[in-house]
Design a protein around this ligand. Structure first.
Ligand SMILES: Cc1cc2nc3c(=O)[nH]c(=O)nc-3n(C[C@H](O)[C@H](O)[C@H](O)COP(=O)(O)OP(=O)(O)OC[C@H]3O[C@@H](n4cnc5c(N)ncnc54)[C@H](O)[C@@H]3O)c2cc1C
Length: 397
């Protein structure tokens, strides 16, 4: 099937988010006739709410090592062919002012709206047609093409790109649509779960820490081989903050989760020095120099001996250092998709081409962005995957 007067499109993109718009503008500017179908009342809603309204649009250090996937090699090709520098060049071409916050994370100085405007302007340059508030009723495959039944009629094209995102933040238009469609076309969908998400606590932890909501602590969070050094923030139901959001993507219920509360410090040597220099001070007073006072106090009430330093022997100092260096945090679960930034798992990459994102099962069918089993760390990596996978697909259409 090729584009005709009755079937004017070369490709239909389902989902007007980061990946879908990048794919559409890339293909459109190559002369392809592209239709984007978005069921929400506007495109790019997640971009608008991202980065606290300033969109952390990429990370200058993005490599495959910053992504979780059952096939860690899958994302390499697309990431290499559309790099952070490529997106930065686009941002600069649109005269959008930006800054690096930390760790290579780039944010708009002004507003996420500028990134959506950039994508829409580039789509307009490529003649892309965008239908918003358009509900898809059914997708059929036959006569050499795909036929999408919508409330606005049937749209057909030889290529169909699924860019409908993951399950996080259902109130923003997230749906399981892409996963269901993938299954219907014979694709394996790996189990999905919430990622970059606050953790909930129960029992002793919940009981003794809930009233610390708002207190931030620098930690190194560890789970298995993953470790992230950054802030943890107590919430009313558990813990959040960048270190926790990052480790949450690696944590499964029942996994051992540890926090180093004095990251980068030899805790035992430091405690010994404190004992020598300020033997009359209570442990809680000493700890309050390195940790928020209320947290230090709570630790000494429930996890550590609360005594003057001079009463603590070497063995006790060793035990205290062990707790401070690997405090076990017993999480009961996550806050779920309601607050998660991303969805882990998704369409199995083994059945997709890593250079074009096309299905190995159904020629002409493509999957890009978050619906695929590729999930980035916190810090602009997820948008970089959306841009890179969208670009790879847009070049192949
Ligand atoms: C609060 C929040 C903040 C974030 N901040 C950042 C950040 O600063 N940096 C970063 O890198 N990542 C961030 N992320 C993650 C990032 O937003 C996503 O990884 C990225 O948007 C995924 O792009 P996508 O195009 O695959 O999916 P999406 O951007 O989610 O787009 C999918 C689109 O498909 C549409 N859709 C769904 N189902 C259908 C259907 N049946 N028919 C038609 N359309 C449909 C949706 O409405 C949506 O517009 C954040 C996420 C959240 C939730």
């Amino acid at each position: 099937m090729s584009a005709t007067a009755e079937n004017p499109f070369d490709a239909i993109v389902i989902g007007g988010g980061a990946a879908g718009l990048m794919c559409a503008l890339t293909a459109g500017q190559r002369g392809k006739r592209v239709l984007v179908i978005e069921h929400a009342n506007r495109v790019g809603k997640k971009i608008l709410m991202s980065g606290g309204g300033r969109c952390n649009f990429t990370n200058t250090g993005a490599t495959a090592a910053n992504y979780l996937s059952s096939n860690p090699h899958y994302c390499k090709s697309a990431l290499a062919r559309y790099t952070p520098a490529d997106f930065i060049a686009l941002v600069e071409r649109h005269r959008i002012a930006y800054h690096e916050k930390e760790l290579g994370q780039l944010f708009c100085d002004d507003s996420s709206k500028q990134i959506v405007r950039l994508l829409l302007d580039e789509c307009a340059d490529g003649g892309v047609r965008i239908e918003t508030s358009c509900t898809i009723e059914h997708v059929r495959h036959g006569d050499g093409g795909f036929h999408v039944d919508t409330a606005r009629g049937v749209f057909s094209a030889p290529a169909l790109v699924v860019a409908s995102g993951g399950l996080s933040i259902p109130s923003m238009g997230a749906s399981g649509f892409g996963y269901e469609l993938a299954r219907r076309f014979g694709h394996t969908v790996l189990p999905t779960r919430a990622g970059l998400v606050p953790l909930t606590l129960s029992g002793k932890h919940q009981q003794h820490l809930a009233d610390l909501a708002g207190v931030a602590v620098p930690v190194e969070a560890r789970c298995g081989r993953a470790r992230f050094r950054n802030f943890m923030l107590f919430t009313h139901r558990g813990v959040s903050g960048p270190a926790i959001l990052q480790i949450s993507s690696y944590w499964n219920p029942g996994d051992d989760l540890r926090l180093d509360l004095l990251p980068g410090e030899d805790a035992q040597a430091w405690l010994r020095t404190q004992r020598t220099e300020r033997g009359a001070s209570e442990l809680r007073t000493v700890l309050a120099e390195r940790l928020p006072k209320r947290f230090a106090q709570r630790l000494c009430e429930h996890w550590l001996p609360d005594r003057p330093m001079r009463q603590l022997g070497d063995a006790q100092l060793r035990d205290i250092a062990a707790v401070l260096g690997a405090w076990p945090l017993v999480a009961s679960g996550t806050e779920g998709y309601r607050t998660a930034e991303v969805t882990l798992g998704g369409v199995d990459t083994d059945e997709l081409s890593s250079s074009t994102m096309m299905s190995r099962r159904v020629p002409g069918l493509y999957f890009i962005g978050e619906v695929v089993d590729v999930t980035g760390w916190l810090g602009g990596y997820n948008f970089q995957w959306a841009w890179a996978s969208g670009h790879a697909c847009g070049m192949a259409l």
